[in-house]
Design a binder for this molecule. Structure first.
Ligand SMILES: C[S@@+](CC[C@H](N)C(=O)[O-])C[C@H]1O[C@@H](n2cnc3c(N)ncnc32)[C@H](O)[C@@H]1O
Length: 366
């Protein structure tokens, strides 16, 4: 197809503790055997302990209301053309899966939050992951809601195959199904659910307001729609990296904002939308039930899977923004993409990974 520390054990630890393990060792081994990319996180032992290259600090800022404009923490700029139709999601399978795996602690934290939101209103027996991609969230939601069937919904069959394999490897295959669907046209046929999760998908649909309305209609009374949008783009290099003009990533980000506008404008049925997500959810007939942002904070030096992700991200930036970036910035990007160089992103000691992912929720009350 071509197209466009959440510990659920009540721990108040301000820094990661041994509870914060997204996948068990057995689950990780099963995924490895399947050849699926696995980012094995060893958590910081406890406050005060030293931070090493393999450790992953993951904190969050509960209760904060964020309404950033259209900055996207997922980078989908990967084609020179600016048309939505040019996004080859299946070609991005490795990237999507690795990026979602880096965010596994976020997914678990968000799922724990949603469990709390839903606990008193509805027994969760069906979860839809709309635009699931390789189904990393689908499986985590199936793990978080053990009484529920979880459906990975996507237009890309190869990504749904990954979602299926992942669910089997994680031992939730009996409760995870996949459904090929074109959005927004097929939304009405997905069947009702107690939780609809949609991660980094709505901004790829021309009429975001109508898509939210359709998703809201799928909810049973008391059910919750969780929309992952906005947040903060990942930062992964210092302002001054010892080559070129300081501030490379800020300039790249500004250029990407323009790309994002062009990408959206080219979508079928595009409608300009003020990205006030709680407002959009209210206009969709739902009752906003909170917005939270989750920090993924992996200090330098990062491990190999994170470096691979950053390499892929820089490669896409280089490809897509060739016409927009200044020549000296393109030269620096080339140096960062030199795999054999100590300056390259695969080798340099100062690479880190810091991003915030925002989840907007709303409930169907009637
Ligand atoms: C950025 S990825 C997000 C994947 C996953 N939700 C995550 O957060 O990692 C967007 C996903 O939406 C799917 N998608 C985008 N537009 C679609 C459409 N119009 N119909 C069906 N699927 C679509 C793509 O195939 C892709 O898997």
């Amino acid at each position: 197809m071509r197209r466009g520390c959440g510990c659920d054990r009540g721990c108040d630890c301000p820094r990661p503790c041994p509870h914060h393990t997204s996948l068990s060792r057995v689950q990780q081994q099963k995924l490895s055997l399947l050849g699926l990319a696995v980012h094995v996180r060893r958590q910081t032992p406890h406050p005060g302990g030293p931070v090493t290259a393999q450790q992953h600090t993951h904190t969050h800022q509960p209760g904060h209301q964020h309404d950033h404009s259209h900055s996207q923490s997922h980078d989908h700029t990967h084609s020179h053309s600016h048309s939505h139709e040019d996004i080859d999601w299946e070609a991005m399978a490795d990237h999507l899966e690795r990026e979602a795996e880096i965010g596994l602690p976020f997914l678990d934290e968000a799922a724990a939050w949603l469990r709390g939101l839903l606990r008193d209103s509805v027994a969760v027996t069906r979860v839809l992951d709309v635009g699931s991609g390789p189904g990393v969230a689908t499986s985590q939601l199936a793990l978080a809601f053990p009484e529920a069937e979880a459906v990975a919904v996507d237009g890309a069959p190869k990504l749904l195959e990954r979602a299926r394999a992942r669910a089997d490897a994680l031992g939730v295959g009996d409760r995870v199904t996949t459904r090929k669907a074109e959005l927004p046209d097929d939304l009405g046929s997905l069947g009702e659910a107690d939780l609809v999760w949609t991660g980094h998908v709505v901004h790829h649909l021309g009429d975001q307001q109508e898509a939210l309305r359709e998703m809201g209609r799928l909810l049973r009374p008391g059910g919750v729609l969780a929309v992952v949008e906005s947040g903060l783009n990942a930062r992964f290099l210092p302002r001054d990296i010892g080559m070129g003009r300081p501030g490379l990533l800020a300039r790249v980000e500004a250029t990407r904002e323009d790309w994002f506008v062009r990408m959206r404008t080219a979508l079928p049925g595009h409608k300009a939308t003020v990205e006030h997500w709680p407002g959009l959810l209210a206009a969709a007939g739902l009752t906003p039930s909170g917005t939270r942002s989750f920090l993924t904070d992996i200090p330098a030096p990062v491990d190999a899977p994170v470096r691979a992700h950053l390499h892929a991200q820089l490669t896409r930036m280089r490809d897509v923004l060739t016409d927009e970036l200044a020549a000296d910035d393109l030269t620096v990007l080339d140096r960062l993409l030199d795999d054999d160089s100590p300056e390259g992103i695969l080798n340099r000691p100062d690479a880190f990974y810091l991003t915030a992912t925002t989840v907007h929720t709303a409930r169907r009350t009637a």
